[in-house]
Design a protein around this ligand. Structure first.
Ligand SMILES: [Zn+2]
Length: 142
């Protein structure tokens, strides 16, 4: 099999390519999926958010953007079935989740204040609708 034939057979868009890669390898945190998608879409970035408010998972400071990947549970994704509150010690957990949300809002504000455009990607979105995320990222980051 020539590499050329393989290439033409395997030309797929970034979201499809991401889905296929998930079939092959099952070790896929939401952050990893987002990095993989951005990479396939040709974006260049640094990971870890060193020196930036909230340490965004992925950022390109010179291009002025950051992507924050939020777990639906810890960041209380509104209306999401993954954003449950434990039945025991309910008041404690509500307070904790509310504090997390307040911190998230502050981080977005602080990023904007230094000229960084923050984009939040939810765990459920990247896992269940990567194509939608790809479209949103392309629109937000280019
Ligand atoms: Zn969610």
């Amino acid at each position: 099999v020539t590499s050329k034939r393989w290439t033409s057979a395997l030309v797929v868009d970034a979201a499809t390519s991401l889905r296929l890669s998930r079939v092959r390898q099952k070790d896929t945190s939401a952050e990893r999926l987002v990095r993989s998608l951005l990479h396939r879409m040709g974006f260049r970035f640094r990971i870890g958010g060193k020196g930036l408010p909230g340490r965004p998972d992925v950022a390109n400071v010179s291009r002025g953007w950051a992507v924050l990947v939020h777990g639906c549970y810890w960041h209380s994704h509104a209306g999401c079935r993954r954003a449950t509150v434990p039945k025991r010690n309910r008041a404690f957990w509500r307070a904790k989740f509310e504090a997390n949300q307040a911190r998230d809002r502050r981080v977005l504000r602080d990023l904007r204040a230094i000229g960084i455009r923050p984009v939040v990607v939810w765990e459920c979105e990247i896992e269940e609708r990567p194509r939608v995320v790809a479209g949103r990222l392309r629109a937000a980051l280019t």
